[in-house]
Design a protein around this ligand. Structure first.
Ligand code: COA
Length: 136
């Protein structure tokens, strides 16, 4: 098992990893997202990509964890926890003070208990549902 910060990873590998756990991903996604990333962590067994997490940021002291993924046949072996830990260490090293994440309720044991996040209030807007007021 090899973990790497900002390790080489292709769009095709990330699409395959996303599909492996039933997620949806469009070809070209990573190529569009990567320039906005502080960094990312990859996990590989030999050459195969089996885990990934991306760290977006505001250019200052806030970093945002997104797209944590581990291949289903490798889950519950501590890989997700290690990916997040490495991401957090590098966000700290980059000068960030806060690392944020949002997730659905069933993943609370992963982010709170295994990864050490504290609960906080947060808000979310689904922008496609936003009512656009046309100027009169
Ligand atoms: C969430 C995910 C990344 C966790 O990866 P993982 O390598 O299996 O996590 P770990 O082995 O480090 O888990 C550590 C602990 O977190 C908790 N945990 C992990 N996955 C969990 C899940 N799906 N539901 C609830 N708790 C979970 C467990 O307490 C686990 O310890 P245990 O195995 O001794 O019970 C993985 O399940 C995944 O890729 N899911 C699909 C994509 C996804 O939903 N990503 C999250 C986006 S916010």
């Amino acid at each position: 098992m090899r973990f790497a910060w900002r390790g080489e990873v292709t769009d095709d590998e990330l699409v395959a990893l996303t599909h492996s756990h039933g997620g949806t991903s469009q070809a070209g996604w990573w190529d569009r997202v990567r320039p906005h990333s502080l960094g990312w962590v990859t996990a590989r067994i030999e050459e195969m990509l089996i885990g990934f997490v991306n760290v977006a940021w505001d250019g200052g002291d806030h970093a945002f964890l997104i797209d944590t993924k581990v291949r289903p046949d490798q889950q519950r072996r501590g890989i997700g926890t290690e990916l997040v830990h490495i991401a957090a260490l590098h966000a700290k090293e980059a000068g960030c003070e806060w690392l944020e994440v949002d997730f659905d309720d069933p993943l609370a044991p992963f982010y709170y208990d295994a990864c050490g996040f504290a609960p906080t209030q947060a808000g979310l807007l689904h922008l496609p549902d936003l009512h656009v007021v046309e100027p009169s």
